[in-house]
Design a protein. Structure first.
Ligand SMILES: [Zn+2]
Length: 518
């Protein structure tokens, strides 16, 4: 995806897609200009245009006779009965929760390139084989970054008591370079945003640790616009370190991108900058910013992550073969890799479990789809999307027969419905599915202009209709990418609702006489 067309699905990773290869010389000039020179107003505008465009609800308008008859042609009484049966059975079935529990507690965090990530792929493949699916582990070359020591303290500032230090809570950003084992000591330069940094001369920045103190807008999150809040702030995580490095900074810090206020730092992907890069907690960003108004603040910073040679990971690709059109495919998916601080329960063991649950419920009910339902557990959503890229390369020639693709990657809170990059005709055709989902409130269908799932981008770009489960995201960014993304944050009832929304939608897409129009 071109970086000047930010991915909408920015729940866990980059606001835009990370390039698959060393990026320094591959960034289009336009993006460089955007980052270095654009005003904050323009940045805000860009995101508000993009993000507000994501909310175009299909109107609940009276349907003409023509639409009604088109819908009843696609949704026979038998199909509607099956969809209701799937809904009712699924809402009472704890399979998805059991899967999230195993993936998070028994396997643990699944950082791309780690042994747990590989084991998780094998586990999901085995489970899907037990369900009778035709399973493949498709190899993906993945980055391999490991977290090391991460510590920081303020060693000099106004009013500093001799021979003491103020601890700062931080965590390295994915892909960060290391300091020496002894760490480095430098003055912290606090800036609010890119504009302020770019207004400084190189000599004012060189040799310093730049801290971007750009706040996550918790009020937006609480108003149900968490993705907008995330989008506005996450550019500093994605591009801040590189921008600071270009001006000679020795390290870069960002204020954590999230709403947590228990002094939890929030990690995530950052474009390679060749300098150490970390996220400090909101509380520590406030501390440093306040002290900096009173005089110079010096920090001792130690980060010892390692960028190791690329290694091998796997996408799990598992088919429940269609009885009438096995070559036509409906994808259900989530991503199996996670960050390493928590156990990746919300992000995104939940999404993988929903996809597994979809085929589990159909097998329980002895319902065979007419088209193939393909479960994909994606690898490397968090560190660059290599799994998406590998699948796109390997399967592009089949995308004409990919009828639709669904991903869930916004946690496991109550589902409101779906974001969908589909045509207006397709949205109208899906009206009967919304009526099945209304009983538990998962009946929104919002047409959006970008792939509603980072792993779906390759398919969406090829014209495949794509859908993302749309959860209540108000608390998601309190936990996401922190040590608190653990199993207890998954509400079993809400997870069942999510899995049900995915299962009902997938079976509908797989069983209408005609495929969803493009
Ligand atoms: Zn995610």
């Amino acid at each position: 995806m071109r970086p000047d067309q930010p991915a909408l699905h920015i729940f866990c990773t980059p606001f835009f897609q990370a390039p698959s290869h060393p990026v320094d010389d591959e960034q289009p000039l336009k993006w460089r200009r955007t980052i270095r020179g654009v005003t904050q107003v323009a940045v805000t505008l860009l995101f508000s245009v993009v993000l507000s465009a994501r909310s175009v609800p299909i109107q609940q308008r009276p349907q003409g006779t023509e639409t009604k008859s088109a819908q009843s042609k696609e949704f026979s009484a038998e199909l509607l009965k099956q969809l209701a049966d799937i809904r009712d059975a699924s809402l009472a079935d704890n399979y998805a929760y059991q899967q999230v529990a195993h993936i998070t507690e028994n396997i643990g965090p699944r950082l791309t390139g780690s042994a747990q990530a590989v084991e998780a792929s094998k586990y999901v493949a085995d489970e899907l084989q037990k369900l009778g699916l035709d399973v493949k582990l498709e190899e993906v070359r993945v980055p391999h970054w490991t977290r090391g020591v991460e510590s920081a303290e303020l060693v000099d500032f106004a009013g500093h008591v001799a021979n003491t230090a103020q601890k700062v809570v931080l965590t390295a950003l994915g892909g960060s370079s290391a300091t020496t084992a002894e760490g480095l000591t430098a003055e912290v330069l606090v800036v609010r945003n890119f504009d302020q940094l770019n207004g400084l001369s190189r000599s004012q920045v060189a040799g310093k640790i730049v801290l971007y103190n750009y706040p996550f807008d918790e009020r937006k999150a609480q108003a149900g616009r968490a993705l907008d809040a995330y989008g506005e702030a996450v550019v500093y995580r994605a591009m801040g370190p590189r921008t600071a490095a270009q001006l000679g900074a020795v390290a870069a810090l960002i204020r954590s991108v999230g709403g947590a206020d228990y002094r939890l730092p929030h990690t995530g992907y950052s474009a390679p900058a060749m300098i150490p890069a970390a996220a400090v907690t909101g509380e520590d960003a406030d501390l440093i910013a306040h002290l900096a108004t009173q005089g110079a603040v010096r920090m001792h910073l130690t980060l010892t992550p390692q960028n190791l040679p690329e290694t091998v990971g796997y996408n799990v690709v598992a088919d429940l073969k269609g009885s009438e059109h096995p070559e036509q495919v409906v994808v259900v998916s989530g991503h199996l890799d996670s960050w390493d601080l928590g156990t990746g329960a919300l992000d995104d063991a939940a999404g993988v479990a929903m996809a597994m649950h979809t085929v589990h419920v159909l097998q329980e009910l002895h319902l065979r789809p007419k088209r193939t339902i393909r479960v994909i557990a994606w690898m490397d959503e968090e560190s660059g999307g290599r799994g998406r890229d590998a699948y796109t390369t390997a399967h592009k020639s089949e995308f004409g027969d990919h009828v639709a693709a669904i991903e869930s990657d916004l946690g496991a809170a109550h589902p409101l419905g779906f974001d969908a990059k589909i045509s207006a005709t397709a949205a109208e055709m899906l009206q009967p599915v919304r009526e099945i989902l209304v009983s538990f409130g998962a009946n929104l269908l919002q047409v959006v202009p970008f792939a509603p799932g980072a792993d779906l981008a390759g398919m969406a770009n090829a014209g495949v209709p794509t859908l993302g489960v749309l959860q209540d995201g108000r608390t998601y960014f309190n936990y996401h990418h922190t040590a608190a993304d653990t199993l207890d944050k998954v509400n079993p009832q809400e997870l069942r609702e999510n899995a049900t929304a995915m299962a009902v939608m997938a079976y509908a897409l797989a069983n209408t006489p005609n495929p969803l129009p493009r």
